[in-house]
Design a protein around this ligand. Structure first.
Ligand code: GDP
Length: 329
C-alpha cells in the first residue's frame, strides 16, 4: 500500500544519493528470502534501472591464499586514486551464518572499507550458488545506481563459482601463484579459457624469478587456445599485491580491453546476452519457488514421496501427476 510505496521512494532516494546506510539496507532487502521484502526489492530495482552509472564489472578469482583480498585492497586503492568509486562483492555460496565462509569471517579489506568512495559487501549468507548469484546481480544494479563505476566481484576458485562470476562480469581476472610447473597441471582448462587476464601474484622477494617463469608458461599455454570472439588476446602479467607492483599494468590491461570491446560492440553484446540469461534464470527461480511454496503441492509432494519410496508409483509418473495438478490449480 502507501506505506510500501513511501518506503520504496525512501530507498530509491537513498540509493540514488549513495546514502550508504540506506544502500546497505536496500541490499539486505534484496538478500532477504521473505516474500514481502522481495516485492519491495523488485519495485526498488525497477526504479533504479535507467539510473545506473556506466561501470566496469570485474570478476576476480583464485584459490584461497592466492591473495585475493590483499590484491583487491591494493588494486581498489589504486582505482580510488584515479577518481573511481569502487564496490566489492563476493560470490561465495559456502558462506553461511553457522558454517562460516571460505572467504573468512574476519573483517576483510578493512583499510579499503574505510575509504570514502569504496563500498564492501560480504557475500549473502546461505542459499545455493543460484540464489547467491541472483542476489549479487541485483546488488550490482543498486551499486551502479549509487554511482559506483568499478564493481569488483570476487570468488573462490572452486569450480562452478567461476562460471557464475564470468556470467555477471565484463572482464575476468584469474590470480595465480608462482611455481608454474606444478600450477599448470592443477589449473582447469575451462577456467584458463574464461580468463581475460592472468596475474601471477606474490611476484616479490624470492618469488620474483618463479613468477617470471610462470608468466612464460602461462603465456605459452594460453596460445594453445583459440582466439576469443571479441578479438581480445588474454594477457599474462605478474604483480605483488603487498608491494603494490604491477597493479597499474593490470588496470591498463582492463582499460584496453574495455576500449577494444566497446569499439567492436562486444561489450554491449555481452551484457545483453547476460541479461537474457538472467531473465531465463529468474523465470526458473520464480516458477520453482511458486511451485514448492504452493500449499497443495507441498502436501501432495510428501504423500507422493512416500508412494515412490514404497514402490507404489514411479518417480516419473508421480512428477507428471504433481505438475498436472499444479497447472490445474
Ligand atoms: P585470499 O585467501 O586469496 O583472499 O588471500 P589473502 O589476501 O588473504 O592472502 C593470503 C596470504 O598471502 C596473506 O598472508 C597475504 O599477506 C599474502 N599475500 C597476498 N598477496 C601477496 C603478495 O603480493 N606477496 C606476498 N609475498 N604475499 C602476499
Amino acid at each position: 500500500g502507501t506505506l510500501d510505496a513511501n518506503f520504496v521512494d525512501h530507498l530509491t532516494q537513498g540509493v540514488l544519493t549513495n546514502n550508504t546506510t540506506v544502500l546497505a539496507q536496500a541490499i539486505t532487502l534484496i538478500e532477504s528470502a521473505k516474500t514481502e521484502h522481495q516485492k519491495i526489492a523488485v519495485k526498488l530495482l525497477e526504479k533504479c534501472i535507467g539510473h545506473q552509472t556506466e561501470s566496469i564489472r570485474i570478476g576476480i578469482t583464485g584459490v584461497p591464499g592466492v591473495g585475493k583480498s590483499t590484491f583487491i585492497e591494493s588494486f581498489g586503492k589504486l582505482l580510488l586514486s584515479k577518481g573511481k568509486r569502487v564496490a566489492v562483492l563476493s560470490v561465495d555460496p559456502s558462506s553461511n551464518e553457522t558454517k562460516g565462509s571460505i572467504l573468512g569471517d574476519k573483517v576483510r579489506m578493512e583499510s579499503l572499507a574505510k575509504e570514502q568512495h569504496a563500498f564492501i559487501r560480504p557475500s549473502p549468507t546461505g542459499g545455493s550458488l543460484g540464489g547467491v548469484a541472483r542476489k549479487t546481480r541485483e546488488t550490482i544494479i543498486l551499486l551502479e545506481t549509487a554511482g559506483y563505476d568499478i564493481i569488483l566481484i570476487e570468488t573462490v576458485g572452486v569450480g562452478q563459482n567461476e562460471t557464475t562470476v564470468r556470467d555477471m562480469t565484463d572482464f575476468f581476472l584469474l590470480l595465480k601463484l608462482p611455481g608454474a610447473g606444478d600450477e599448470l597441471q592443477g589449473i582447469k582448462r575451462g577456467v584458463m579459457e574464461m580468463a581475460d587476464a592472468i596475474a601471477i601474484n606474490k611476484a616479490d622477494g624470492h618469488n620474483k624469478k618463479p613468477a617470471e617463469s610462470a608468466k612464460m608458461e602461462f603465456s605459452r599455454a594460453l596460445h594453445l587456445f583459440a582466439a576469443k570472439d571479441n578479438g581480445w588476446v588474454p594477457k599474462v602479467m605478474t604483480c605483488s599485491a603487498v608491494e603494490n607492483k604491477g597493479l597499474t599494468s593490470i588496470w591498463s590491461c582492463i582499460e584496453n580491453f574495455v576500449t577494444l570491446s566497446k569499439e567492436n560492440g562486444f561489450f554491449e553484446q555481452t551484457r545483453k546476452h547476460q541479461n537474457k540469461k538472467w531473465l531465463r534464470e529468474h523465470i526458473n527461480h520464480i516458477l520453482l519457488r511458486d511451485f514448492y511454496e504452493h500449499p497443495d503441492i507441498s502436501k501432495a509432494l510428501s504423500v507422493l514421496e512416500k508412494k515412490v519410496v514404497d514402490g507404489e508409483i514411479t518417480p516419473f509418473r508421480a512428477a507428471e501427476n504433481l505438475v498436472k495438478n499444479y497447472r490445474e490449480t
